[in-house]
Design a protein around this ligand. Sequence first.
Ligand code: ADP
Ligand code: GN1
Ligand code: MG
Length: 371
Amino acid sequence: MSECTRERLEAVAGNFQYEGKVTEISSYGNGHINDTFLLQIETEAGSKKVILQQINRYVFPRPEEVMENIMNVTRYLNQKIRENGGDPLRETLNVIPALDGKAYYVDGEGGFWRSYIYITDAFCYDKVESPRDFYESAYSFGRFQNLLAEYPTETLHETIPGFHDTRARFAAFKRAVEEDVMGRASQVREEIQFVLDHEETANCFARLLDKKEVPLRVTHNDTKLNNIMIDNKTRKGICVIDLDTVMPGLAMNDFGDSIRFGASTGAEDEKDLSKISCDMELFEIYTKGFLEGCGGKLTQREIALLPMGAKTMTYECGMRFLADYLQGDVYFKIHRPEHNLDRCRTQLKLVADMEKKWETMQAIAESFLSF
Ligand code: ADP
Ligand code: GN1
Ligand code: MG
């Protein structure tokens, strides 16, 4: 159960407004960033589950700002969901306050904790099991962006500055290679070279933003398949979760991050690279779902740039995994020594595969122009 003892977790749980007795605590989910726990709570009315999370303070140095964003965005979504006749308890995250009424609790060890109502009768995938589910996830992420289209951007904190500034990430990557603090660079020359040879990919969106040719929107910025809950019965995408990085960003990047994870024929950390490629059928299905979810809000230019979003996010993620490997695995959680290197290799293999399939990807995006 991560590094947290049961005593510590029980003490933390005692500081939230849970109206009942905590009877079970277990580690939960496959996120790479936060420590997530599932709690079973017995109340007079029966048993219920809640999510308890310790926010990663290395990744989010200002967690109060993360929570302020989440409270504001979920309040806004709650209203929209009600207006559309939906169920806000299942269709958006709901924060359970601490005993003092705050949206978080800081324990004696400096751990920053928050709690959410558990979304019942729904599940998260780590792998696409049916194209239909992938379509639903695409629709939900597109719709999420659509629902937030008029959200007051200026009120959002940038929880990770330059999160998808791929040009800045390239510069940070070069520094990590030069510093080589773990002495690992010599063993991964080929991967480093691949990243350096793709500087153009790192610069593409930054240049378009400099020239104001693409709009900044309120985006999710972490659109992995396991950040969406699919309803068990209807199999519709019910709720977008993991809202820590909701910030102004590019629609193409939200699209692309989903492709790099969900349209890959293998797991993000697959060691056998012969299993890794970008599935064009899934790419097309996701494009359709995402654009339908966006409800006609994307410009023709953004639609045409969707393949570039896929390539950029895959490349950026590969570069981030490799930088973290070089820096001693300080950012992403790892479960084996070369985990970040394995993850980096799948991403770079995907980039190479997308380059081979570039014309197909562009033809698919173009078939949705005037959508
Ligand atoms: P991370 O930033 O580490 O990815 P997430 O917020 O995505 O953390 O949570 C990790 C996992 O916990 C999710 O992939 C999902 O399986 C589960 N989870 C998170 N919040 C909820 C919730 N409110 N209801 C049900 N499951 C949840
Ligand atoms: C992290 O938090 P999680 O596991 O959903 C990361 C994403 C990466 C992803 C790679 C805040 O996502 O940016 O694309 O891992 N989130 C953060 O799997 O850095
Ligand atoms: Mg997550």
